[in-house]
Design a protein around this ligand. Structure first.
Ligand SMILES: NC(=O)c1ccc[n+]([C@@H]2O[C@H](COP(=O)([O-])OP(=O)(O)OC[C@H]3O[C@@H](n4cnc5c(N)ncnc54)[C@H](O)[C@@H]3O)[C@@H](O)[C@H]2O)c1
Length: 372
């Protein structure tokens, strides 16, 4: 199979989808890899390293899309890439289609097989391709919030961990999955007082012992969430309903009752955001203030730790890329359930139920779409 790695086009996105060591493995397995010149530069990987691994270096995205059977990316294609799709393309990337009706239309019109990292799901419900980026984003959230609490950035001038005689900051995390738990561990390591609120009791049962009791837990009803937010210095939105738009767990009224100059980091912004007052921001202009509260909502947070993030992402995606390349799309869908669950669009149909519901489009079973 011919596998294409274009340079990422989303604002301030420095990651690359596959690192040279994975290209080397794909080339040794008999596949051809076409890499856009400069694709790895932001993550500190040079064209020469890709060439040494057996890749063909192509100039410009057209040369990559035109020649490739499967395009492996990091973030969802941007509008300037829609015209590069063609029928038969496999697009393997983070897609986050629920808040992206235009991208969905483009994938359907060009009959692209869109396989979303975030909905590739193991038998036990685990999301193996979302996991590494959620770990990175979770770890980054308290680090970013700590900086935003500084006076010169308009923050309340509080140290996250406090000092002897001064209370530590309070961090409230809504959603205790991968993002939430990693954010909690990092905030706790920095000395903050941390509470995770979730609606999944099993998850809360895990959090307490896994943190040796250092992280408090709460069942996420609107009342408990409001009570926690009123005392919080930092709130992290980390909820997920796979494939669907993020539930708005923090309402505008709740934001209005938060402390002045407190910080919201809405990590769930890539699924539309979990805060009523949120809108997407970028690494260039990461924050805005609403009701006196600083809002941060960058949809590609790991993009600023591109070297670490590219290595950990491709460690996770590589086995799936290899399966798709070895088996071909149809056989991979038929024999690999996690990959089948990742298919959001196929041959002009929306094949993921939650995505179809979020966009109010017709859902067609994957088997039916395959047979069509
Ligand atoms: N902004 C970024 O750069 C970035 C990077 C990685 C992940 N993310 C996003 O972060 C979000 C969380 O990802 P994850 O991997 O931690 O997901 P996850 O599935 O591991 O965890 C989500 C948690 O949210 C909980 N939840 C669902 N609905 C809830 C509700 N109404 N109230 C409280 N809790 C609720 C679930 O029970 C679960 O424990 C996703 O939207 C993901 O795409 C963003």
């Amino acid at each position: 199979m011919i596998i294409g790695i274009p340079k990422e086009t989303k604002a301030d996105e420095n990651r690359v989808s596959l690192t040279p060591d994975k290209v080397d493995l794909l080339a040794k397995a008999g596949h051809t890899v076409v890499v856009e010149s400069g694709a790895g530069a932001g993550a500190d990987f040079k064209d020469a390293e890709y060439e040494a691994a057996g890749a063909i270096i192509a100039l410009g995205p057209e040369a990559v899309f035109d020649r490739s059977d499967m395009i492996v990316k990091v973030k969802e294609p941007q509008i300037q890439e829609y015209g590069l799709f063609r029928p038969g393309h496999i697009l393997f990337t983070f897609l986050h289609l629920a808040p992206e009706p235009d991208l969905t239309s483009a994938l359907l019109a060009s009959r692209v097989a869109g396989i979303a990292y975030e909905t590739v799901e193991e038998e036990n419900g685990g999301l193996p391709l979302l996991y590494p980026m959620s770990e990175r984003a979770g770890m980054l959230a308290p680090q970013i919030a700590t900086t935003l609490m500084q006076n010169q950035l308009g923050g309340p001038g509080r140290l996250i961990g406090g000092v002897p005689g001064v209370e530590p900051s309070r961090v409230v995390i809504i959603g205790g999955g991968t993002v939430g738990f990693n954010a909690a561990l990092m905030a706790n390591a920095l000395g903050a007082n941390v509470t995770i609120a979730d609606i999944n009791l099993d998850r809360l049962r895990y959090v307490s012992p896994a943190s040796s009791g250092a992280i408090d837990t709460a069942f996420a009803t609107p009342q408990t969430v409001l009570g926690l937010l009123q005392r919080a210095d930092i709130a992290v939105g980390a909820v997920l309903v796979p494939g669907a738009k993020a539930p708005r767990v923090i309402t505008s009224e709740m934001v209005q009752q938060m402390r002045a100059r407190s910080i919201i980091i809405d990590v769930a912004i890539d699924q539309g955001g979990s805060v009523e007052t949120i809108r997407p921001t970028s690494h260039h202009e990461p924050t805005f203030v609403m009701h006196g509260v600083t809002h941060y909502a960058v949809p590609n947070m790991p993009g600023i730790v591109a070297n670490t993030a590219s290595i950990s992402l491709s460690n996770a995606t590589y086995p799936y890329v290899l399966k798709l390349a070895n088996l071909g799309l149809h056989k991979a869908i038929q024999t690999e359930r996690p990959i089948a669950r990742g298919v959001n669009t196929l041959d002009g149909y929306v094949t993921h139920k939650a995505v179809a519901e979020a966009l109010r489009l017709e859902h067609v079973d994957l088997e039916e779409a395959l047979a069509a």
